[in-house]
Design a protein around this ligand. Sequence first.
Ligand code: SAM
Ligand code: F3S
Length: 469
Amino acid sequence: MASIYIETFGCQMNEADSRYIADRAVAAGYEIASDATRASVVVLNTCTVRDNAERRAYGRMSHFKALKVADPSLKLVVCGCLAEQDRDRMQKTVPYLDAVFGTSELVRLGDALAQWRPAFGDPTDETSELRALVQPLGGAADCVSDAYSHLRSFVTVQRGCSYYCTFCIVPHVRGRFDHRPMAEILGDARHAIAAGTRELTLVGQTVNAYRDPANGADFPDLLEAVASLEGLDRLTFLTSHPKDFTPKLARTLGTLPSLNPRLHLPVQSGSNPILRRMNRKYTVETYEAKIALFREHCPDWVLTTDLIVAFPGESEVDLEATLALCERMRFAQAFMFVYSPRRGTPAAHWEQISAEVGGERLRRLADVVNAGMRELHQSKVGSVMRALVQGPSRKDPSKLAAKTTENMTVVLPNPGLDEAALIVRPWLDVRIEGAHVWGLTGTLRGIAERFDAVAESVAAPSLDLIAAN
Ligand code: SAM
Ligand code: F3S
């Protein structure tokens, strides 16, 4: 049987692209493999936003070489942002690749899969044995498809970004904004809802800059349209830009009950001179004013962000300003990065801060952010939170992992529910008992089919019934 293994690096856009590749593959007659050693096609969907993402992708390519040697019929494919950036270099330095597809060539990748499909019969015992020898390959399989993956869906609202932050490679490898017509987005959303999705995420690099090319509708209009779709359970969106956070958007967020109560609004730095050099198009004051408006309309929501330290020219005073902003903002979560120079971006040509200083600044920032996160998580202890199941916990598969609508991770013992029961009733009511920087631990109290449904108790007697269903 033809099968495809997809490994995904990077942001929500790559995640969404990998889902597209998986859908095309399934439509062409492939099975989704959870293990590269069993696949007829291995796809590496790459990222180039920071240097370590790039190095990991090249590392995975050389890792997969052993598979190709064991079974030359295997097709090894690279796509995504690094493929776009390094296509020529890749074809020279990684000659065993079968194909390289840039960010605008996903449809061609899908067509190639369909074309290759007839060549894959059932694997012979000989190639299976040879491949088995290659194990263990290691590396967590960010497989696009497991029993729970359809519970979450991504719908792309726009491709590319036109903002050209001076640190960012995205506009260079994904091009300028290309917004999809709202009718298409709604069509994809309906499709995902019909397939049983419980949490729909609208994705783009700067979703709140959305403009329908057909009728000029903006992002709040899009949110209202998606939120009114029949059968929708929960809706969320990633990523927004502070510049485009408008009063209309703040009002709309406060009026749509199906939205997850989380706004991800990357601030990057708490210092105006640095924001200017980053070309972020807002100041600390305008960011804070927008957050005040957001909190007025959405008092129960959490705010999450992205932060960069050691950007060229960042002084001790600039860093202190970022730390102070974090204290004031009480971010519920922050993705924190040391600046990584990207070829072809303006900031890569400026005087750089050493890796040692960068590492030390990141630790100081993490201390401030983590203290706030621990405090927030601690405030949840004793409450019951509803969270969408993700599947067995990676660290301890006897436990379940789930995410609350605020995007907090919850880990809990599985009282014996099987996959089938969890897929039918994927919302878990968890009594929170422990708080950590990474998230929460607790005990399962009930399970529900939909976010707004009353949970069925998982107390001992009904447990057997649920598991038997
Ligand atoms: N569109 C989003 C926005 O409005 O900020 C962000 C997209 S980017 C893929 C995700 C995050 O990666 C950014 O918010 C930034 O914090 C980080 N990032 C991007 N380029 C980086 C670089 N060269 N070095 C370190 N971090 C970087
Ligand atoms: Fe990158 Fe800035 Fe756009 S971070 S994705 S250029 S908003």
